[in-house]
Design a protein around this ligand. Structure first.
Ligand code: FUB
Length: 305
């Protein structure tokens, strides 16, 4: 139905929109990037844990036509993984290489893989977990890699209601120094860091990912390591559009002051916890620096060159 509406809108001279979800299939925890002139989404394949043994990625020139890149990383090539529960990848570029941090299954920890191109294939970079232990009570899942303006990279991560931040080494293949607990009030999982106008916006998912209580909240700090004090909720269910909206990422559209939020939600008619789809909507900063609550839509956002 939505594709017919979008086609009609385009014929009437209205802008071409992405529509939501932006591509078919059950995919969650999406991380949206712009690498080498194209948009990429790195999601979790949202199925039973036993079938989550790989990561697919999606690539697009304009945010509307997405092509699946199958199995950019496969647990068949990672003997130390649990060969299940491949969750929530984060990808970051450094010196022309692409580093992916990923959950290798409960008990296995967080791994790091590397590729020469954003579309992969990624290969296990160190042959063992980067973070295996539960430090400060944080389950080693849901990593997010961030590089500050001074070139220092950080890894934010953590499930089980605890968030840690740790510095990454120059080669991105080990951690350095203290694992600092930065858990804000309400934090559950899915951390994300965005720097805007010199301020550090720390965001996370709260509620339960398996139901409609899921959502995203944020804090602002003058430092990448906090302290982070919960400010407000910015993403949640809208029972006229979708439910359980959460585990997001944010991308500033290159060459603009516009921001996109990429997240998963459950279609209204779905009850299965894994039936999550990937969507994109606008994220708007108020003039005072606050983030406006996100309006989730069926239409999505305008196509971009
Ligand atoms: O997709 C698997 C898990 O669900 C993620 O690791 C959590 O953040 C939640 O979205």
């Amino acid at each position: 139905m939505w594709s017919a509406i979008l086609l009609g809108a385009t014929m009437m001279g209205q802008p071409k929109m992405t529509g939501n979800p932006v591509f078919p299939g059950w995919y969650a925890d999406p991380e949206l990037h712009f690498f080498e002139g194209k948009y990429y989404i790195y999601p979790t394949f949202s199925d039973e844990y036993e079938r989550q043994t790989f990561f697919d990625a999606f690539v697009s020139d304009d945010l509307t036509n997405w092509k699946k890149i199958p199995r950019i990383l496969d647990f068949a090539d990672i003997p130390w993984s649990t060969n299940r529960a491949a969750w929530a990848p984060t990808v970051i570029e450094k010196d022309g290489q692409y580093f992916m941090y990923f959950s290798a299954g409960d008990g296995a920890g967080l791994g790091v893989a590397v590729a020469d191109k954003p579309e992969g294939p990624f290969r296990d970079a160190i042959g063992k977990p980067l973070i295996k232990e539960y430090i400060n009570g944080a389950q080693p899942i849901d990593a997010m890699a961030f590089t500050d303006d001074d070139g220092q990279s950080y890894l934010y991560y953590g499930g089980w209601r605890h968030a840690n931040v740790v510095r990454l080494s120059d080669d991105m293949l080990s951690t350095e120094g203290e694992f600092k607990e930065i858990t804000p009030e309400g934090y559950v999982e899915g951390p994300f860091m965005l720097k805007q106008d010199g301020k550090y916006y720390f965001m996370w998912s709260e509620g339960s990912w398996g139901d409609s209580t899921y959502g995203v909240a944020y804090a602002i700090s003058d430092s990448p390591t906090g302290p982070f004090v919960r400010r407000a909720k910015i993403l949640e269910s809208d029972f006229s559009v979708g439910k359980g909206a959460g585990h997001h990422s944010v991308l500033r559209v290159p060459g603009t002051d516009e921001y996109l939020i990429c997240y998963h939600r459950r279609p209204l008619e779905e009850e299965h916890r894994n039936h999550r789809v990937t969507c994109i909507d606008r994220l708007v900063f108020e003039p005072n620096g606050d983030i406006r609550p996100v309006k989730i839509t069926h239409e999505g956002v305008e196509a971009r060159p």
